[in-house]
Design a binder for this molecule. Structure first.
Ligand code: ADE
Length: 279
């Protein structure tokens, strides 16, 4: 059953006060990030995809290395996937690297090397959902899009839903739209994200109030970690077999086979006889 949500929005005075709080915070505590110093859509797309599932501090160095190795869509499109995956090691969720490579190919083939400047078309690119397309449009093209990510959600839950539980994103979106600085959405969203990141340190997890809240599973010992280790091993060893992989990583044989078959089915690996290689 679809729940009906009220679309309450704050009054003009509350909006003004809220904007002032966020703006004041940003002036004194705004964070410098290399991808904030550019509006180049390529840089924005790479950084937003990296930031989807990885924290700012871990993204910073990888982003700089990535830009140095693959400075534009054309270079990335022309680079073998193996090289891209190799640089991606450490960020996790490798399918994002594959998506980025496909994005680069699509932009070169269908858009003459220039990213499309519309949420609808950005959204049609691999690995880009509505929120990422909207954030790219805001940061690269300064468009007044309306979207939610984890830091933004925390800000609105904390400020407008202090005494509520189970808040649906549909309730937050009209408030995000009503408070948005339409003259400078790019700066406004940086400010919101920084305020939200700071709240995380200051108050016990306001995102628990969200219906969309899911604690991220622990990485250590997870299948995701093992998949990463298997890929890394295969990248570094040309003659990797299930036996050598299991032994090197100290994994049970059956689990190793499971992981290998999954990676094979998802298109990360190829198999030639007993040997596995990265696509
Ligand atoms: N600045 C630009 N995009 C960001 C993001 N996704 N997370 C944090 N800071 C950002």
């Amino acid at each position: 059953m679809r729940r009906q949500h009220s679309s309450w929005v704050p009054d003009a005075r509350t909006i003004r006060a809220f904007r002032r709080t966020i703006g004041d915070f940003y002036r004194t505590h705004g964070r410098a990030m290399p991808w904030r110093e550019t509006a180049d859509p390529y840089c924005i797309i790479v950084s937003e995809i990296m930031l989807q599932q990885t924290q700012v501090e871990r993204v910073r160095d990888k982003y700089l290395a990535f830009m140095k190795a693959f400075p534009d869509f054309r270079t990335l499109a022309a680079t073998p996937l193996q090289e891209v995956l190799s640089l991606w090691q450490g960020l996790g969720y490798n399918r994002r690297a594959i998506a980025l490579k496909h994005i680069a190919e699509t932009v070169v083939e269908s858009y003459d090397g220039k990213a499309p400047a519309s949420v609808e078309r950005l959204r049609m690119l691999p690995g880009i959902g509505h929120a990422t397309a909207s954030s790219i449009a805001a940061f690269a093209f300064n468009m007044p899009t309306v979207f939610i990510e984890t830091n933004i959600r925390r800000v609105f839950l904390h400020r407008f839903f202090e005494d509520r539980e189970g808040v649906h994103d549909d309730e937050l979106l009209p408030i995000i739209a009503a408070t948005l600085d339409r003259k400078n959405p790019r700066r406004w969203y940086y400010a919101l994200m920084d305020y939200g990141a700071d709240l995380k340190r200051r108050v016990p997890n306001p995102n628990r109030k969200s219906r969309h809240y899911a604690r991220q599973s622990r990485f250590e010992g997870s299948t995701r970690q093992k998949r990463g280790q298997v890929l890394k091993f295969i990248l570094a060893h040309t003659n990797a077999t299930p036996g050598t992989i299991a032994k090197a990583l100290n994994l049970p044989g059956q689990e190793t086979m499971q992981i290998l078959h999954q990676l094979l089915a998802e298109g990360f690996l190829i198999k030639s006889g007993r040997y596995f290689g990265v696509v």
